[in-house]
Design a protein around this ligand. Structure first.
Ligand SMILES: NC(=O)c1ccc[n+]([C@@H]2O[C@H](COP(=O)([O-])OP(=O)(O)OC[C@H]3O[C@@H](n4cnc5c(N)ncnc54)[C@H](OP(=O)(O)O)[C@@H]3O)[C@@H](O)[C@H]2O)c1
Length: 272
């Protein structure tokens, strides 16, 4: 499995997103994904499925050192007095001693960043997480965070797909030596009927979703597509046997627009 390296972390280039996956179906998908070759699984306290993700991994046949597990702490737990308890509760639900990556799910407007980053670093020192990072951080927030915790934050998990131009933010993430982890890499399904992506895909015998995932991974962006369908697990994973030409990369890049964002939530920061 290809990985992206950042500050000692080796993050598998493709992972399974698990938002909205629930119950036995979630555990089963984790096991199916492991059989196909997925070695990276992305969950969060907020997804209410850490127990099922952990259960799936337990019965996946994979040894602990064969996969990369990420979870995220929700901002209501960002005060120093709450953070470790929240992280330990996640581990308990997951049935794991530690995760490979622990993220701050969103920046907080209420808790000082230094307080939360101190607690995040302590979670790593205490062995709850092998690596730490952030999600949904903008360029100014990344600058601030890396001043507080130099050399520690391995990634910024952000929305990224062909409809959204992430050029400036991606450059800032990489300037800090961090990996870009692309969430919503198939724009929550919006781009599967895109005729431009479908036409590009036809040349390679691939679907629009596969073109999008290839477009991102070919630039060394980690992708974490989600599907609830076992057959699509394989489709989304089958992106390492072709390479988009420079011309096709440009055609896909031309689809991006400022209005391309699919995640619009009230607690979002002012995007760059
Ligand atoms: N850090 C954050 O704030 C944040 C925010 C959003 C997401 N995430 C993470 O990123 C992961 C991915 O993002 P996402 O789940 O929002 O969106 P996504 O992966 O871009 O899209 C998922 C949607 O696309 C459909 N789909 C998947 N593969 C397909 C294929 N090959 N052909 C056609 N349709 C396909 C799925 O439907 P079916 O189930 O029917 O296949 C589902 O409706 C999440 O699950 C989560 O782990 C993180």
């Amino acid at each position: 499995m290809q990985t992206v390296e950042a500050k000692g972390a080796r993050i598998p280039l493709i992972g399974l997103g698990t938002w909205e996956l629930r119950g036995d179906a979630c555990s089963q998908l984790i096991k199916d994904a492991a059989k196909i070759g997925y070695r990276h699984f992305d969950t969060a306290q907020m997804y209410n499925n850490e127990t099922e993700v952990g259960e799936g991994l337990k019965h996946s046949g994979l040894k602990r050192d064969e996969y990369f597990l990420t979870t995220k702490v929700w901002p209501t737990n960002f005060k120093e007095k709450d953070f470790a308890t929240a992280a330990r509760e996640s581990l308990k639900r997951l049935g794991h001693d530690s995760v490979d990556l622990l993220l701050l799910h969103w920046p907080s407007k209420d808790v000082p960043m230094a307080e939360t980053l101190g607690a995040l670093k302590k979670a790593k020192t205490d062995g709850l997480a092998k690596n730490i990072g952030v999600s949904n951080f903008t360029i100014p927030l990344l600058d601030e965070a890396n001043k507080i915790l130099p050399g520690e934050l391995v990634c910024d998990q952000v929305e990224l797909h062909p409809y959204l131009d992430g050029t400036k933010l991606n450059a800032a993430i990489r300037k800090h030596g961090m990996a870009v982890v692309a969430y919503c890499p198939i724009a929550r399904g919006r781009l599967v009927s895109d005729t431009t992506l479908a036409d590009v895909g036809k040349k390679y015998g691939k679907s629009a979703a596969q073109v999008s995932l290839r477009y991102l991974t070919q630039q060394n962006f980690v992708v974490i597509p989600r599907t609830s369908k076992a057959e699509r697990l394989k489709e989304n994973f089958s992106i390492f046997d072709f390479e988009l030409s420079d011309a096709d990369m440009k055609t896909v890049a031309a689809l991006s627009a400022p209005s391309g964002r699919v995640v619009a939530v009230a607690h979002a920061p002012a995007w760059d």
